[in-house]
Design a binder for this molecule. Structure first.
Ligand SMILES: C[S@@+](CC[C@H](N)C(=O)[O-])C[C@H]1O[C@@H](n2cnc3c(N)ncnc32)[C@H](O)[C@@H]1O
Length: 236
């Protein structure tokens, strides 16, 4: 299933362009709540001390750093992305954390099958030019019994949040983008959210990728969805 209206090269160029303002824009657009959502996603990945986790489309690395705090010094986190400018920001934040940031295309992950205990993606899946392929790749690199977590913005169905969401996303976010110097990127954001499947459809897509025990939580009044699926144990 195709999700983006931009081609891969255009998505990469856009994130390279906005890398310098990306974190600040996140904090402003979400009134500082975005880190709380990433913490929740990291908790739901189920990783603990000594585990190996992958954060796909890691961008400036905030979700990867949350995973690193959970796996500790005996574990390892890989944050992968295809926009070098975003990766440069992530590397600058890493410090002593057990995390490595490296180039990788989410649609053809350069990792062996079953080589991670969990894989996460935060606000990246809606940018995949082929969502099914991206989720199937995450499922492929996670070991049986491990989890795939998708944190994404979703469209609330009920008023007053649906009304607020329309005003905020369709008007305020592009206006903030103009102030930040890139109105195109922050006009693309609301349109990419509208194209993204709703919670039930995303769960069905995950099931189609072979994941099991799929569940999701909605938070922030239904604006944020965190889906979790488990890679099935091989049949005996
Ligand atoms: C909105 S940012 C999310 C960054 C980060 N995960 C976060 O929590 O803020 C989306 C990221 O997805 C990356 N991305 C989109 N499509 C990708 C693909 N096919 N392969 C690798 N990275 C991709 C972009 O380069 C960008 O850094």
């Amino acid at each position: 299933m195709a999700t983006g209206t931009l081609e891969e090269g255009q998505v990469r160029a856009m994130f390279d362009r906005i890398a310098g303002v990306y974190d600040r824009m996140n904090r402003v657009m979400t009134v500082g709540l975005d880190q709380q959502w990433r913490r929740r996603a990291a908790d739901l990945s189920g990783v603990g001390p000594g585990d190996r986790a992958l954060d796909v489309a890691t961008g400036t690395g905030d979700l990867a750093l949350e995973l690193a705090a959970r796996v500790g010094p005996g574990g390892e986190v890989v944050g992968s992305d295809f926009a070098e400018e975003m990766l440069a920001r992530a590397r600058a934040k890493a410090g002593e954390a057990p995390v490595r940031f490296e180039w990788g295309n989410a649609l053809a992950l350069p990792y062996d099958a079953a080589s991670f205990d969990a894989a996460t993606v935060g606000f990246g899946a809606r940018n995949f030019s082929d969502l099914g392929r991206g989720v199937a790749e995450m499922a492929r690199v996670v070991r049986p019994g491990g989890r795939v977590v998708i944190l994404e913005i979703t469209t609330p169905q009920r008023a007053p949040l649906s009304w607020f969401y329309g005003v905020w996303f369709d008007r305020a976010v592009p206006a903030l983008g103009r102030v930040a110097g890139d109105s195109d990127a922050y006009t693309y954001l609301p349109s990419s959210v509208k194209r993204f499947p709703g919670p039930r459809d995303l769960a069905a897509l995950m099931a189609g990728c072979g994941l099991r025990d799929i569940r999701w939580i909605l938070t922030a009044g239904g604006i944020i969805a965190i889906h979790v699926g488990t890679v099935p144990e091989a049949a005996a």
